[in-house]
Design a protein around this ligand. Structure first.
Ligand code: PMP
Length: 979
């Protein structure tokens, strides 16, 4: 590889020093009187060793690359001391040698000993989330504050890493590569020239200039990845202050190449909140990010060429070019506008002014929109139920319905729509940046002002019009041209016609978009909403009609509002909960139109918004809804269907509103039947929130204080857990604790209540023979056996309709809820006649809404749908696919200790150590957060909250299952150290 020798920077790339360990030991002993163990740690240009002396004190020994001048090393030392004296984070300081010197000359090199800063470098983490990147931004602002006032003659040195010199470095080293990489450098350089031209407006300060994942450590007590210390003052220089945050952003992007803009903005926000940047600095941020990434990439190539044995440099080449490539995928004007929006500035000043300027210039409507009606095609549109967004006929009907008879329908600007297609790992572009005019093919489209047809291709036309000093770029898509590219056109000229619908699902229309820059896409990601709508402002003026969509509330604002009124024990999933707007089949859509595979909603058993359930509810609501003291057919019909699914003898049905009510009532039935009070439940159980069911709760998550609060009449049986239990898979030995409880209850046991598949433990299959032995013991002692099938029943386990069937037992009382109403509040208790009769002798039973006509019609529709859609079979088939996938992942990722469950009630048990089976609880939560980024909703469960519970709607298909598996595979892979 050729290194250009005529540049000031080419000579900087000298090979790393290579002193032998013996030499290092000698230097340490002679100059610092330190004797210790050595460990070589990587360096891009120097040679570094970790040193631990006999007292356990740790240091870093640095052998400087010969290109560093003494004065520069001295400057670095002084900068460290200055920082350490002022900083609120950890930073190293030089350790004086025996003679007091901070730099010693040994074996032909300048050598320094520095104090060690505890913590794990951020580069050792794989993927990290936005809070960490905001904290990195904050750290770079804090480091600049700590260096404020630092003076040294070498602060103004020539440095390859000084961002002001980006163009020179790229010019000097660009020849090292050719083809696509060369073009990447060219585009980054072009962006940089805008900053360089404006550089005079940028404040200059002494900065660290290398606050990167490599030089930042996270102490053990900080949250995962949160930075606590800063190392390596080798690049300290006086330069543009804003460069610090750009450098930090580039290093962060390497951890999430899918989202360079999101990561960079998080770093920027963190910095700006800590230390406000000026508008020119904010404008410079994105170009400096591009320039820094380009300099890193080409410098890595250069360093790897001169130090071929330096593995670190080799890896940097791959990583740094990947970052540059990812950045190149972001539209540059968007990067700038989004940076401005993140810092509270108008995203694009030209864009903001465009509508007004066009109006003043006498802009005429491009189509005849008299009487036009703006219609709702948003995520939450009433007109788009049952997946209409991916069905051309349903969309055409929704457009026709919305428009009415005498007006053209207009699709709104700034609307968030659902993009057809299954959930993916990246959020789709769902924000509509223009407006749609739905009109017959062939409808004329006219120039709003005098202008030039800039281009036309593939049904997309760009028109440029002048409005005062500003150029408006008008994007038309789905059109056939009436004029050619390059033509000058006058206001009112026909320039194009609506094309017949050839692509996409919407009926014929023209998409009209006003843009502050050419080449922008028609849809953007809602996360950059302000930036996109700043660049593509309201096009109402081009259509002569108001086409603005209502601005959605942000999920953050919705959450604040909730917190003011919803009582706080009602917790939310996730750190930053998405606002859910729509559900369809096994997919949930948030307010950004982001689809997620829903692996948590066992309640929506037949799928979200199942048409048959909607129809049954609607029909019955229009007809009659009253209470069960009236005679109506739906209640009997539903009770017959339900008891028909249960073994003979279980044929008396009570209808209630929830699982808690069902189990609560079952306990009362058992007590009435046996005349006893004591109840036995499994350790770790959850059966509901009523007083009687809460008494049985011994789950540390749902009831942390259960041990101290346990009522005398409640007994706890050992969990028959073959994975963590004492007796492995020997069910009869666990049943011994049931026998013990039967003996311990002074007046005998009324009931034993349990989930026949341990749902709250994440679908743990009970040890073999446990339920048979336990039920025998309970019955022998005169008690009754209650099966809580609220979570695990109703076809979910695949092989059978009820989970107890797997255990070869028949309960005396069965409780169901959740799935039975597919989300409508409905629960049921089914028991033997003599149990119901015993209760009847004590009191009547009545629930105002339990078993209402509407509930029962819904209950019947759910059972019909389970049958008609073959959902129990799908639970078996797709459940098998998922289980096989989890088991395959377990062979690659030791964090998976076991896979539990049956059918579509599965649990992925996460452990820190496969031998000790220590639960990996914090990891489980972090994995769930990451899965959500990747379009999957999963939550932890289990006594330690370390088991990923997988209980999706039973209609989940193979694609949904594969997306879940792919996202989990990626998440687990990302947790491995990056370098
Ligand atoms: N039993 C079990 C096993 C449950 O998991 C739950 C709820 N998670 C309940 C009962 C209570 O049901 P609900 O929330 O409908 O009151």
């Amino acid at each position: 590889m050729r290194i250009m020798s005529s540049t000031p920077f080419a000579s900087l790339a000298l090979p790393n020093p290579r002193l032998a360990a013996e030499q290092i030991r000698g230097i340490l002993a002679e100059h610092w009187g330190v004797d210790g163990t050595l460990e070589e740690i990587g360096s891009s240009q120097d040679q570094n060793f970790g040193v631990t002396d006999a007292d356990g004190r740790r240091f870093v020994l640095k052998v400087a690359n010969p290109h560093w001048r003494r004065g520069e090393l001295d400057m670095q030392n002084r900068a460290m001391l200055h920082t350490a004296a002022n900083a609120d984070f950890d930073a190293p300081v030089p350790v004086p040698a025996r003679d007091g010197a901070l730099i010693v000359r040994a074996c032909g090199h300048d050598v320094r000993l520095l104090t060690w800063v505890e913590g794990r470098p951020l580069c050792d983490f794989g993927h990290l989330r936005a809070p960490v990147w905001r904290a990195l931004g904050r750290l770079s602002a804090r480091s600049a504050r700590a260096l404020a006032g630092f003076e040294h003659p070498e602060l103004g040195r020539d440095l390859q890493w000084d961002p002001r010199r980006c163009a020179e470095v790229l010019d000097a080293l660009g020849d090292l590569v050719e083809g696509e990489p060369r073009e990447l450098l060219g585009r980054a350089r072009e962006a940089f020239t805008t900053v360089a031209a404006d550089g005079a407006g940028l404040p200059v300060a002494p900065i660290h200039c290398d606050v990167t994942d490599y030089n930042t450590v996270s102490g053990a007590s900080a949250g995962e990845g949160l930075p606590t210390g800063l190392l390596d003052f080798g690049d300290v220089v006086r330069t543009w202050r804003v460069s610090d945050v750009a450098c930090a952003a580039v290093s962060a992007i390497a951890h999430d190449l899918d989202d360079p803009l999101g990561v960079a903005l998080a770093v920027l926000e963190g910095y700006h909140r800590e230390s406000a940047l000026s508008p020119p600095e904010v404008n410079a941020f994105w170009p400096l990010v591009l320039a820094r990434a380009a300099v890193c990439a080409i410098s890595a190539t250069q360093q790897a060429a001169v130090s071929p044995e330096n593995v670190l440099a080799e890896r940097a080449v791959v990583d740094d070019w990947a970052v540059l490539r990812a950045l190149d995928g972001v539209v540059t004007v968007l990067g700038v506008a989004a940076s401005r929006a993140a810092c509270g500035l108008e995203p694009d000043v030209r864009g903001a002014a465009l509508p007004e300027l066009l109006a003043r210039a006498g802009c005429a409507p491009m189509l005849d929109t008299a009487g036009a009606v703006a219609i709702d095609l948003s995520v939450g549109s009433d007109g788009l139920a049952f997946g209409a967004w991916s069905d051309a006929r349903a969309l055409a009907a929704a457009v026709a319905d919305g428009a009415g008879s005498d007006g053209m329908a207009l699709g709104r600007w700034g609307e968030i729509r659902i993009e057809p297609g299954p959930p993916g790992e990246r959020p789709p572009a769902t924000l509509h940046l223009g407006a749609d005019a739905f009109a017959a093919p062939g409808t004329d489209i006219r120039a709003p002002l005098e202008g030039i047809i800039a281009s036309h291709a593939d049904g997309e036309m760009w028109l440029e019009c002048r409005a005062g000093e500003t150029v408006a770029h008008v994007r038309l898509s789905r059109v056939e041209p009436a004029r050619a590219a390059g033509d000058r056109v006058a206001r009112g000229d026909v320039i194009a016609r609506v094309a017949p619908a050839t692509r996409g699902l919407l009926p014929p229309h023209v998409h009209v978009q006003l843009c502050a820059a050419p080449g922008l896409p028609g849809m953007g990601r809602p996360r950059e909403r302000a930036a996109w709508l700043g660049l593509c402002p309201d096009p109402s003026v081009l259509l002569g009609a108001d086409v603005r969509a209502r601005e959605p509330r942000s999920a953050g604002r919705e959450r604040d509002r909730r917190e003011r009124v919803i009582a706080s024990p009602q917790r939310l999933y996730y750190d930053e909960p998405p606002e859910m707007v729509r559900g369809w089949r096994h997919v949930l859509y948030d307010a950004d139109g982001r689809p997620y595979v829903d692996a948590v909603n066992n309640v929506a058993v037949v799928g979200h918004s199942h048409p048959a359930v909607v129809e049954a509810a609607t029909r019955q609501l229009r007809l009659l809804n009253t209470n069960s003291r009236f005679l109506y057919g739906a209640m009997t019909e539903y009770a017959e269907r339900l008891s028909g699914l249960l073994p003979a003898g279980l044929d008396r049905v009570f209808l209630v509103n929830s699982g808690s009510e069902a189990v609560d009532l079952a306990l009362r039935l058992a007590r009435a039947f046996t005349g006893r009070r004591d109840v036995l439940a499994l350790q770790g159980a959850y059966h509901g929130w009523t007083k009687a069911t809460d008494e049985l709760c011994t789950n540390p998550i749902d009831r942390p204080g259960w041990r101290d609060e346990l009522a005398a009449h409640v007994h706890v049986a050992e969990q028959p857990d073959p994975y963590r239990g004492r007796f492995g898979d020997d069910g009869s030995r666990y049943a011994e604790s049931v026998r013990r409880a039967c003996r311990a209850a002074p007046d005998g046991l009324a009931a034993f209540v349990a989930e026949p598949l341990l749902g709250n433990q994440g679908g743990v299959e009970p040890a073999s023979g446990y339920f048979a032995a336990a039920y025998d013991a309970v019955r022998a002692a005169g008690g009754v056996c209650i099966a809580d099938e609220v979570q695990v029943g109703y076809g979910r386990t695949g092989e059978s309709f009820w989970a107890f069937e797997h255990e070869g037992v028949v309960p005396d009382i069965v409780c169901v809820a959740k799935a039975v109403g597919n989300g409508h509040p409905l629960g049921a208790v089914v028991c033997r006649p003599e149990i119901a009769d015993a209760f009847d002798r004590q009191a009547p039973f009545f629930s105002s809404t339990g078993g209402s006509p509407v509930s029962c019609r819904i209950g019947l529709a759910v059972l019909d749908a389970i049958e008609r859609d073959g959902l129990q079979g799908n639970a078996r088939q797709t459940g098998t696919r998922l289980r096989a996938g989890f088991e395959r992942l377990a062979t690659q990722h030791p964090i998976i200790g076991a896979v539990h469950g049956r059918g579509l009630y599965l649990g992925v048990d996460l452990v820190r150590d496969r031998e000790t089976r220590e639960p990996a609880a914090a990891e489980a939560l972090a994995i769930c957060e990451r899965l959500r980024d990747l379009g999957v909703i999963v939550q932890p469960t289990g006594d330690a909250f370390n088991v990923l519970k997988i209980k999706p709607p039973l209609c989940i298909d193979a694609d949904g299952a594969d997306h879940l598996l792919g996202a989990l595979e990626r998440t687990l892979g990302e947790r491995a150290p990056r370098r």
